[in-house]
Design a protein around this ligand. Structure first.
Ligand SMILES: Cc1cc2nc3c(=O)[nH]c(=O)nc-3n(C[C@H](O)[C@H](O)[C@H](O)COP(=O)(O)O)c2cc1C
Length: 187
């Protein structure tokens, strides 16, 4: 089973990364993690090149990401809430998946499910107590999973988690992330 993960927070050892590491530990697998902050992923230019081909023509690290998304059986997306949505690092990668949207909805060629089906997990952490930020981020994640032919995903969302390391003081978050990782790899 091929499991990949995206880390959308720039804060090293921050709340999102801590949560993601627990989920990965729960899988018990060797998960390939794309640390988006350190990658060269330019924003989508809406050039339309992918409309007829399902392929993006921008040459950067997204080529490698796209191959990994295509091959994966399980995909974990982890992002902090930044201004009521996913982080810019996360959103740039998501927007570049327009190539998969075109392939699926214009060319009628969804990414085929392999032996294990395709399933996802969305981890999101917001500093404010109100749920609107994680909800907006969740809407984006839902559209993304659908476009990359991941028909089913679970979401773990935590609000009021702001300071560095605050997630470690949350009464349930780390255990829930571990369990979600464990559940993710079940057939
Ligand atoms: C640029 C920026 C924008 C933010 N905007 C929001 C927001 O709109 N809503 C919210 O709940 N938290 C917001 N936060 C707080 C982060 O979501 C919070 O600190 C989170 O725990 C960061 O996760 P990390 O440690 O993985 O980076 C923002 C933080 C930054 C740096």
């Amino acid at each position: 089973m091929d499991v990949i993960a995206f880390l959308g927070s720039p804060r090293k050892g921050g709340n999102t990364e801590t949560l993601l590491n627990e989920a990965i530990r729960g899988t018990g697998m060797d998960v390939r993690v794309f640390d988006l902050n350190g990658m060269d992923i330019q924003p989508c230019q809406d050039c339309g090149d992918c409309e007829g081909t399902g392929e993006c023509t921008i040459q950067d690290d997204m080529q490698e990401v796209a191959l990994a998304i295509r091959a994966a059986d399980r995909i974990i997306l982890a992002s902090p809430v930044f201004f009521s949505g996913v982080s810019a690092q996360t959103k740039a990668m998501i927007d570049r998946c327009q190539q998969f949207w075109c392939e699926k909805f214009l060319l009628k060629k969804p990414i085929p499910a392999g032996e294990y089906e395709r399933r996802g997990l969305f981890l999101v952490v917001g500093g404010m107590k109100t749920p609107s930020g994680v909800e907006c981020a969740g809407t984006t994640a839902k559209a993304w999973f659908r476009s990359i032919s991941v028909p089913e995903h679970k979401t773990l969302a935590y609000t009021g988690v702001d300071a560095m390391g605050a997630i470690k003081k949350h009464p349930a978050a780390l255990g829930e992330a571990f369990e979600a990782g464990r559940a993710l790899i079940q057939p």
